[in-house]
Design a protein around this ligand. Structure first.
Ligand SMILES: [Zn+2]
Ligand SMILES: [Zn+2]
Length: 397
C-alpha cells in the first residue's frame, strides 16, 4: 500500500499546493469543496456536496460494515510569511494548521481505496467526510464537525478515523494514544466593573484596572493552588482592554481567554474556582460578569480501534515509528464525529527537516510534503483492515 501511495507523490504534492495557494476560511470552502468533489468523482465515488453548509461526503461500496475517514478543509485568518512558489494567494488567509495536507491525504486514500474496491473483494463501505470549519463555530455556535454529526452523517457508520499532520513529529512517524488525546477548549469573557473617577482622586471611584490585576493573580492561582496538580489544565487570558484616558480611573476592563481541561470533573472544579477567584473584584468594591462559552468536547480514542490503527502503522512504518502521543492541550471537533461510533484520531509526522519545527497557527507554518503518501497509505490500509476484520466477524460460521 505504501509503495502504491508513493507512486502518487507528485500528484498529491500538486494537489496540496493548489489547495494551499487558495485557502478558504471556515464555511467558505466553496472552491476547496469543488476540488474535493471532482477528485472523488474521478475515482468513481458517489458524492454529496453542500453537507454541513460547505462540506463534501463520498461513499465507496455499500452497506455495512462501514468506516468513516475524516479530514478538515478550512484555513486560518493569518497572513502567510513563507516565500515559496505555492504560498497563499489570498491576503490574510493561510492554511496554517495543515488542513490542506489532511484533506490531500484523504483524497489520496480515496484513490487507493477505489482501486481496491474495484476488485470486488472488500465487504462494506468507506465514507469520506470532508468537513468545513474545524477552526471555528458559526453564528449558531456550530463548527463543521458538529454540523456533520447533527446531520446524521456518522449514524450509519461503525468507526471513524481521522489524522492531523503534526509539525514537530518527523516524517515517517505517527503518534497516538488510547483514551483522551485532546483537551476540551472552553472560552470565557470576563468583565470587571469599577467606577470612573478623576485619576487624582482614586478614593472617589473604584479602579477596574487595579481590580483586574488582583483578579488575574487569583485566576492564575486557581491553576497552581486550587486544582489537582496531576490533572492537565490551562487558564490563559488572551486579551485585556480597559480605560479611556491616562488621568481617568477605568470604569470597566474586559478580558477574554481560553480554558483547557481533559476530564469533566476537573472542568467543573475549575469553573467553580474561577467564579470564586473573580469575587475578589466584589470584595474590593467592584463587580464582575463571567461568561463561559462552551468549546468542543475532548477527543477520546476508543482502545480497540486505536490498536488497529497502531498495528497498521507499525506494519507500514515500523514499530519504532509509532509513538505514544502526550495528551494535547489543543482541541478538535473530531470528537463530535466520534460520538456515535468508536473513533481514533492520530498525528501524522510532517516536520520539515534540519530546522526548528514550523509550528501550527504560525505565519511560517509548513510541512515536509513527503508525509502526503504516508498519510494516504495509512488511511487506506486502516479502512481495508477494519472492513476485512469486521466483515469476517459478522460472517456466519
Ligand atoms: Zn488548528
Ligand atoms: Zn487543525
Amino acid at each position: 500500500m505504501l509503495q502504491q501511495a508513493q507512486s502518487l507523490l507528485d500528484s498529491l504534492v500538486a494537489l496540496r499546493r493548489e489547495v494551499h495557494r487558495h485557502p478558504e476560511l471556515g464555511f467558505q470552502e466553496q472552491n476547496t469543496a469543488r476540488i474535493v468533489a471532482e477528485r472523488l468523482n474521478s475515482s468513481g465515488i458517489t458524492v454529496r456536496t453542500g453537507v454541513a453548509k460547505t462540506g463534501v461526503v463520498g461513499d465507496l461500496g455499500a452497506g455495512r460494515p462501514c468506516i468513516a475517514l475524516r479530514a478538515d478543509m478550512d484555513a486560518l485568518p493569518i497572513q502567510e510569511e513563507n516565500e515559496v512558489p505555492y504560498a497563499s494567494e489570498v491576503p490574510g488567509v493561510m492554511h496554517a494548521c495543515g488542513h490542506d495536507v489532511n484533506l490531500t491525504c484523504l483524497l489520496g486514500a480515496a484513490q487507493l481505496l477505489a482501486k481496491e474496491f474495484a476488485s470486488g473483494q472488500l465487504p462494506g463501505r468507506v465514507r469520506f467526510l470532508f468537513q468545513p470549519s474545524e477552526e471555528g463555530q458559526d453564528e449558531e455556535g456550530l463548527s463543521g464537525g458538529m454540523r456533520m454529526a447533527a446531520e446524521g452523517l456518522t449514524r450509519d457508520v461503525d468507526a471513524v478515523v481521522g489524522l492531523h499532520v503534526w509539525a514537530d513529529l518527523p516524517v515517517g512517524a505517527i503518534s497516538l494514544r488510547s483514551g483522551t488525546i485532546m483537551a476540551r477548549p472552553d472560552k470565557f469573557r470576563l468583565v470587571i466593573k469599577g467606577q470612573e473617577a478623576h485619576g487624582a482622586f482614586p478614593h472617589r471611584g473604584v479602579d477596574a484596572i487595579v481590580l483586574s490585576a488582583q483578579v488575574i493573580q487569583a485566576l492564575q492561582t486557581v491553576v497552581s493552588r486550587r486544582l489537582d496538580p496531576t490533572r492537565g489544565k490551562v487558564i490563559t487570558i488572551g486579551t485585556i482592554q480597559g480605560g479611556t484616558k491616562e488621568n481617568v480611573l477605568a470604569g470597566q476592563v474586559t478580558m477574554t481567554g481560553t480554558i483547557r481541561t481533559f476530564e469533566p470533573d476537573t472542568r467543573e472544579t475549575l469553573l467553580q474556582e474561577m467564579e470564586r477567584a473573580c469575587q475578589v473584584a466584589r470584595s474590593l468594591g467592584g463587580d464582575y460578569e463571567l461568561t463561559i462559552v462552551p468549546g468542543y468536547l475532548p477527543v477520546v480514542n476508543e482502545p480497540s480501534l486505536t490498536d488497529l490503527v497502531r498495528q497498521t502503522a507499525a506494519d507500514l512504518l515500523g514499530e519504532n515509528n509509532v509513538r505514544e502521543a502526550p495528551m494535547e492541550m489543543g482541541g478538535e471537533d473530531f470528537s463530535y464525529l466520534a460520538q456515535e461510533s468508536p473513533g481514533c484520531f492520530f498525528f501524522l509526522g510532517g516536520a520539515t527537516p534540519g530546522e526548528p519545527p514550523r509550528l501550527h497557527h504560525h505565519p511560517r507554518f509548513d510541512v515536509d510534503e513527503r508525509c502526503l503518501p504516508i498519510g494516504a497509505a495509512l488511511l487506506a490500509e486502516i479502512a481495508i483492515r477494519f472492513l476485512r476484520d469486521s466483515g469476517a466477524r459478522s460472517m456466519p460460521s
